[in-house]
Design a protein around this ligand. Structure first.
Ligand code: ADP
Ligand code: ADP
Length: 239
């Protein structure tokens, strides 16, 4: 069954940039989908439209049976709580500790106040430590994020998304700033999260070889339009 369906989704910036044009696709629950395409193709716009970090200009985005574009503020907040985001530049509060950054995934993204740590229950802290352990960060729990490597920062980003108990992860170029070895660790974690926890993953990538290796399915986009949609094995070089 589909967890996400886009019907004719378009996004125009200003008066002449059509960043997305009539995007149509469905994603099945638990599927691992990579979105590939050159810089400027509209990949980032696409992911940001899905959880309404930016507003699509037209179309429908059906997530778990409801049209996200029609939700009011309160219901949107509820739906967003089930959609985790992972960013290229991690979007961590670097002066805070690893565990504080993870716990922010529970309080919501506005609560990046220093001192918020006391607001969390022991149970929540335990859960954060547990998730950090699954990501191989058991020795980093109380370090400041600015002491971590890029690959470790991205694992904190993933932990922050996971503590929300998401049904879907949207990952915008999660490995674009990482060396190949750290990139592999991140992709292995994402793949594992999708296959063992059944969490749907939609991952923007510009490396075709990585998409081929990890995806159940690849959606290729160029100039805001879908140019490929299918299994990795049938993909050709020139999309
Ligand atoms: P990608 O993630 O594939 O590199 P983007 O979604 O970032 O592509 O960009 C798609 C198109 O939309 C590009 O032409 C880009 O210049 C334009 N664009 C992206 N963000 C904005 C914005 N905030 N305002 C105006 N144009 C934008
Ligand atoms: P603003 O800069 O407008 O005050 P934020 O930066 O807090 O707002 O977030 C803007 C939007 O981006 C929010 O609606 C939120 O859904 C999304 N967002 C920001 N950071 C994250 C994150 N770490 N995970 C998921 N969504 C995020």
């Amino acid at each position: 069954t589909a967890i996400l369906t886009l019907n004719n989704v378009s996004k125009r910036y200003g008066s002449n940039t059509m960043a997305l044009q009539d995007m149509n696709f469905s994603v099945k629950e638990g599927e691992f989908v990579s979105i590939i395409g050159p810089s400027g193709a509209g990949k980032s716009t696409l992911l940001r439209c899905i959880n309404r970090m930016i507003e699509a200009s037209s179309g429908e985005i059906i997530f778990d049976g409801v049209d996200i574009l029609k939700l009011g503020k309160k219901s949107l907040r509820k739906v967003r709580a089930t959609i985790g985001m992972v960013f290229q530049h991690y979007n961590l509060v670097t002066r805070l500790s690893v565990i504080e950054n993870v716990l922010h995934g529970r309080l919501g993204y506005k609560s990046t106040l220093a001192g918020a740590f006391g607001l969390y229950s022991e149970e929540e802290k335990k859960q954060a430590v547990h998730i950090l352990g699954l990501l191989g960060l058991e020795d980093q729990v109380y370090k400041r994020c600015d002491q971590l490597s890029g690959g470790q920062k991205q694992r904190v980003g993933i932990a922050r998304a996971l503590i929300q108990n998401p049904r879907m992860l949207l990952c915008d170029e999660p490995i674009a700033s990482l060396d190949p070895n750290s990139a592999k660790i991140i992709m292995d974690h994402l793949k594992n999260i999708s296959s063992t926890l059944g969490i749907t993953c939609i991952v923007n990538l510009h490396q075709v070889d990585v998409a081929l290796k990890y995806s159940d399915r690849i959606i290729g986009i160029n100039k805001g339009k879908k140019v490929y949609d299918g299994p990795p094995k049938e993909i050709t070089e020139d999309i």
